[in-house]
Design a protein around this ligand. Structure first.
Ligand code: 5AD
Ligand code: SF4
Length: 495
């Protein structure tokens, strides 16, 4: 099983296993230390911020060294087998620390916890606490139970939990970009995917709490928010019934009369995008992930209307062949996907499109694989996450279809997909040469503190010489004069 991930911020290879640090809350610190590290997608990293916030409230300090920790948490991903293997290997490393410090509590959080439930306790003896993604409010109690010498498990999934009221602490932040979770779970049941089982039913978060969180971030100096959900286009918030003028005997007090309600009779994703974009033209808005079956023109027109909504859409195709898409239960076909791409190109002519591709899904023929490659020629994606199919226990595909493409063939098809993507990623960057890009400065470039780096509206990394008139968090116009395979290089020019 082989993955290639072209880094972007929604699943950043460099952040896998990253540990987080917080300031202690004065007066509440009970002196115990928490170590937490995260794997998987941006949603998991965002969840770790919620966990940290809950434990900070109950008096924990954080440490970057698990050898010094009283509680060690690992927030896990189940999406492919190698993601789980990585966590198992990491747990082995914690065993040594636990032998030295037998009072240390080891907890497994997130998707793997939800998938394996109490089986985890049998399989990995050092684990004391197993907690699914909807049970983080229960963590202080579960730690108490483990302190008392018992193992503790809470993997209850919820239809309501959105952690809307929890103000996530920002972890390892540059103070410029932040993730904001707008919904949880997924109802799509793609046949290969374990997420509907590990993250439960789809539910949207109250838009006012989202706008407040984004406004607070802006006031703290953040200049870019990425709105996160497994399928942001199906975001929908339905208002509570409103109170009639006489008080309406027996009716519930509505809490959200001030919302600009859309035609859907509630707040749609297009409405939400607009609400966040209106916080300030200086706040950039990104979002991920869009589903080809749900991305409608209203969202595209909203993106086109606001300069601060980035022209950048992550639209996973998975396969370019209609029969395979049907087996994947993606509920669109090749023609539908192409029509959505045409609509993007028509309504937002200068829009970056990225994607996810799975090579070697059950029964995929050579011709069907060619359809994926020809789809890549059609769309010319700016970047892509590319994977070989990994059968996940309990999914519809695992129950219905044989995982019958040999690993060697899967890997060869993946290589072809990667080669094509590298070709188009490079072409896409080359097309920016000679053009001016508005870039949000994120900090110094990794290679030299004489250069700044930041991202263009279309999410390309741009490197340019430091100019003392500008600081991270400010926008500059960059005239691009060349590019490497993954980065644009240029100079600041007048607006
Ligand atoms: N095997 C390979 N890739 C998968 N993905 C999800 N489940 C699997 C699987 N079983 C990929 C899809 C999805 C992305 C988040 O991970 O491309 O869009
Ligand atoms: Fe998984 Fe499909 Fe939901 Fe994405 S949309 S999380 S691939 S089930």
């Amino acid at each position: 099983m082989m993955d290639l991930i072209i880094p972007d911020k929604t699943h950043d290879e460099e952040r896998q296993g990253e540990a987080l640090m917080l300031d202690a809350v004065a007066g509440k610190n009970n002196g115990r230390k928490l170590y937490i590290e995260s794997y998987g997608c941006a949603m998991n990293f965002s969840d770790s911020e919620i966990v940290a916030s809950i434990l900070q409230e109950s008096g924990f300090e954080t440490t970057k060294d698990y050898n010094n920790a009283d509680v060690v948490f690992i927030n896990t991903c189940s999406i492919r087998e190698n993601a789980e293997q990585r966590v198992r290997n990491r747990l082995k490393e914690f065993t040594v620390a636990k032998v030295k410090n037998p009072g240390m509590i080891v907890g497994v959080l997130g998707c793997m916890a939800e998938r394996l439930k109490s089986k985890f306790l049998e399989e990995e003896k050092l684990v004391d606490v197993v907690v699914g993604p909807d049970a983080y409010r229960d963590l202080p109690n579960l730690i108490d139970t483990a302190d008392g010498g018992q193992k503790a498990v809470n993997v209850l999934l919820s239809r309501e939990e959105t952690y809307a009221d929890i103000n996530p602490v920002r972890l390892n932040t540059n103070g410029i970009n932040a993730f904001v979770s707008i919904m949880r779970g997924c109802d799509n049941m793609c046949s290969f995917c374990v997420v509907p089982f590990t993250r439960g039913r789809e539910r949207s978060r109250d838009p006012q709490s989202i706008v407040k969180e984004c406004t607070d971030l802006f006031n703290q100096g953040y200049r870019e928010v990425t709105l996160l959900g497994q399928n942001v286009d199906s975001y929908k918030w339905t208002p509570l019934p409103t109170l009639p003028p006489n008080g309406g005997e027996g009716s519930e007090q509505g809490t959200n009369q001030s919302l600009p309600l859309g035609e859907v009779g509630g707040v749609s994703f297009a409405n939400l995008l607009e609400m966040v974009a209106l916080i300030s033209p200086e706040l950039r808005v990104r979002f991920s992930t869009s589903h080809p079956k749900d991305i409608l023109d209203d969202v595209l027109y909203t993106i086109a209307k606001y300069d601060n909504i980035c022209n950048c859409i992550h639209l996973p195709v998975q396969s370019g062949n209609s029969r395979v898409l049907e087996m994947m239960n993606r509920t669109y076909d090749r023609a539908w996907y192409m029509e959505r791409v045409d609509a993007i190109r028509r309504i937002i002519p200068d829009c970056a499109i990225s994607t996810d591709i799975i090579a070697g899904f059950c029964s995929e023929t050579e011709e069907e694989h060619q359809d994926t490659l020809s789809m890549m020629d059609y769309v010319q994606y700016d970047f892509a996450y590319m994977f070989t199919y990994s059968e996940r226990p309990g999914t519809l595909a695992a129950k219905r279809y044989a995982d019958d493409i040999p690993e060697t063939i899967k890997s060869r098809r993946l290589k072809e997909v990667i080669a094509k993507q590298q070709h188009y990623s490079h072409i896409r960057l080359q097309k920016q040469i000679g053009k001016v890009q508005k870039v949000l400065i994120e900090g110094f470039s990794k290679k030299s503190d004489k250069d700044y780096c930041g991202r263009s509206d279309k999410n390309a990394m741009v490197v340019f010489p430091v100019d003392d008139r500008f600081k991270p968090g400010q926008y500059v116009n960059i005239l691009v004069d060349r590019c490497t395979t993954a980065t644009l290089i240029g100079n600041i020019v007048a607006p």
